[in-house]
Design a binder for this molecule. Structure first.
Ligand code: STR
Length: 511
């Protein structure tokens, strides 16, 4: 009797395990789904995700148990995590259109007035048109023009002046780098700039911090939207910060509308206004579908501003942090600058083709500390597949760029900072030594600001290193290299001494 009972129990358990195994690994009809973390009703796999590690690191570590492509449930949302470059390229490039969707979340909806922007808006013909418009406006005012080089150099000169004023005393470079980058975007979007200590710039820094700290980090309200009914500190900070940003954007918009003249388009906001007005005049029917509302223009400028400032300034901060850790890299860049640019003139964009070691260092910074370690999640717009796995419509697909950039099958000793991996034996640049490198994403949603960002990072770093040697003050610890996960991988605060190099004593810094 007992034997029968135990036998029955074992059989039932076996059946249960088989059922569970089948339902996670593959479902009926031989369709194979990605391995899945265990999940419970309502909360999904939350208990199995823990919260000790930052998500990009946690997602790397889960590969050991579940393989490089796996899934879990976040509340009711089916998430797929992609950790290798073949799968990532299938999602972003080969099946780019299928995976071009974006999830709607509580926090990004607050930021973008229900997805009226580009980065967080779902895929649609309207979005495509909108993005094209912004791309051409960016080309008109950014890339490919002599003007932008002048603007960046003017800001670089102004930043170097501030650094030299602080000679030999430890300075938090972050606000200076941020102001320089902000002024480039300001020139582009609004045709204005901020001086040191401008209260509007300070206000902007405050609200940006509020947004970066609270938006799109898969906080609980984004998983369970009904939690909004409870008081929530983060959501309050986000709403206040967004209100402050919107007030500023609205002011600029009003000024631009009042001064608008279609013959003289001075900046990106003018260009968007012109596109909006000409669409309204040309065909009122079409503008219902593809037209730009005031909200679209405002949120687009908000995106360009936020993306332009937060990403580029973050890369510059990471670069400075690594240069402090690796003075030998800094020295090599300076030797290259001395040999190829010298001391008689300031660096130019045309020097990029000669300054291989600096360019390699920038590439390595973007590899080891990608600004956006998980990119922004993509959504499957129809039933599809990744590799041999079936992916259902509406799945949220997260590309773990951190895993791609730290894949030890693709990179030798990926944790080590080594610009030389981007150079061949003759010291010439290798653009991508491994296919597992996508610092700006790829495909339909690739970064719109890649060219502008590369120009800024190159010019700012070359200006700084031509003139200064960066060090930490005696007794100070080196900067933390771990960072803080959020919508961008933030750098913790640190102080720097910028020592004017010998050759520059007694020389005025001007463009
Ligand atoms: C930063 C803070 C802000 O004021 C506005 C934005 C909106 C655009 C965001 C930006 C943010 C953070 C970096 C993003 C960018 C769009 C593309 C970029 C997420 C939240 C990246 O993908 C790294």
């Amino acid at each position: 009797m007992l034997v029968l009972l135990v036998g029955g129990l074992v059989l039932a358990l076996g059946l249960l395990i088989t059922f569970f195994w089948r339902s996670t690994k593959e479902s009926q009809g031989g369709v194979r789904y990605p391995n899945s973390l265990p999940s419970l009703p309502v909360i999904g796999s939350l208990l199995h995700l823990g919260n000790r590690l930052p998500p990009h690191i946690l997602f790397c570590s889960l590969q050991k148990k579940y393989g490089s492509l796996y899934s879990f449930k976040m509340g009711s949302h089916y998430m797929v995590i992609v950790n290798n470059h073949e799968h990532a390229k299938e999602v972003l490039l080969k099946k780019g259109k299928t995976f071009a969707g974006r999830p709607r979340t509580v926090t990004t909806d607050i930021l973008t007035r229900n997805a009226k922007d580009i980065a967080f808006a779902d895929y649609s013909p309207h979005w495509k048109f909108h993005r094209k418009l912004v791309h051409s406006a960016l080309c008109m005012f950014g890339e490919g023009t002599v003007a932008i080089e002048k603007i960046i150099s003017r800001e670089a000169a102004s930043m170097c002046q501030t650094l030299s004023n602080f000679q030999n005393s430890p300075l938090d470079m972050a606000p200076e780098l941020t102001r320089a980058v902000t002024n480039v975007v300001c020139a582009l979007c609004f045709n204005t700039r901020y001086s040191r200590g401008d209260p509007e710039f300070q206000a902007m820094q405050n609200y940006s911090e509020g947004i970066v700290d609270t938006v799109a980090k898969d906080s609980l309200v984004d998983i369970f939207p009904w939690l909004q009914i409870f008081p929530n500190k983060d959501l309050d900070i986000l709403k206040k910060s967004v209100a402050a940003r919107d007030q500023l954007l609205q002011k600029k918009f009003k000024e631009h509308k009042e001064a608008f003249c279609s013959e003289t388009i001075k900046d990106l906001m003018d260009a968007l206004l012109k596109a909006k007005l000409s669409m309204e005049n040309n065909n009122s029917n079409i503008s219902q579908d593809v037209g730009l509302t005031d909200d679209h223009v405002l949120m687009t400028v908000g995106d360009i501003f936020g993306a332009g400032v937060e990403t580029t300034s973050t890369v510059l901060k990471w670069a400075v942090a690594y240069l402090l850790h690796y003075p030998e890299v800094q020295k090599k860049i300076q030797e290259e600058l001395d040999a190829k640019v010298g001391f008689e003139r300031y660096p130019l964009l045309s020097d990029r083709r000669n300054l291989h070691y600096l360019e390699a260092t920038i590439s390595e910074v973007l590899r080891i500390r990608p600004v956006s370690p998980l990119l922004i999640p993509h959504v499957a717009l129809e039933d599809s597949s990744i590799g041999e796995y079936t992916i259902p419509k509406d799945a949220r697909v997260v590309i773990n760029l951190w895993a791609l950039h730290h894949d030890d099958e693709e990179w030798e000793n990926p944790g080590a900072f080594n610009p030389d991996r981007f150079l061949d034996e003759n010291g010439n640049r290798i653009y991508s030594p491994s296919p597992s490198y996508l610092p700006f994403g790829a495909g339909i949603r690739v970064c719109l600001g890649e060219a502008l960002a590369k120009m800024e990072i190159f010019l700012f770093l070359s200006w700084i290193l031509q003139r200064f040697t960066l060090e930490v003050a005696e007794g100070d610890a080196l900067p933390d290299l771990e960072g803080k996960f959020g919508v961008v991988l933030q750098v913790n605060k640190f102080k720097v001494i910028a020592r004017l190099r010998e050759a520059w004593h007694d020389i005025e810094i001007t463009t």
